[in-house]
Design a protein around this ligand. Sequence first.
Ligand SMILES: [Ca+2]
Length: 79
Amino acid sequence: MATFSADQINDFKELFNEHDSNGDGRVNIDELHKLIASLGVDTTKDVVDSAIQKFDADEVGALNFEEFVSLMAALREMD
Ligand SMILES: [Ca+2]
């Protein structure tokens, strides 16, 4: 998580918690799709699905907060 400031991490945490609608500490494909849309990024479920597969290190089909931050880092790299 080295590339983000503490403030950014806090913002991510808020965003993550806000979209973890069932409160299980992970964002699944539907939750992540809405989260990314709320950032103003237009994407498809297929793209979200591949992102989950790529960053879901423990392979449960949803991202925990740490995995989510890795995804945000990768998205930033693409800018
Ligand atoms: Ca969840």
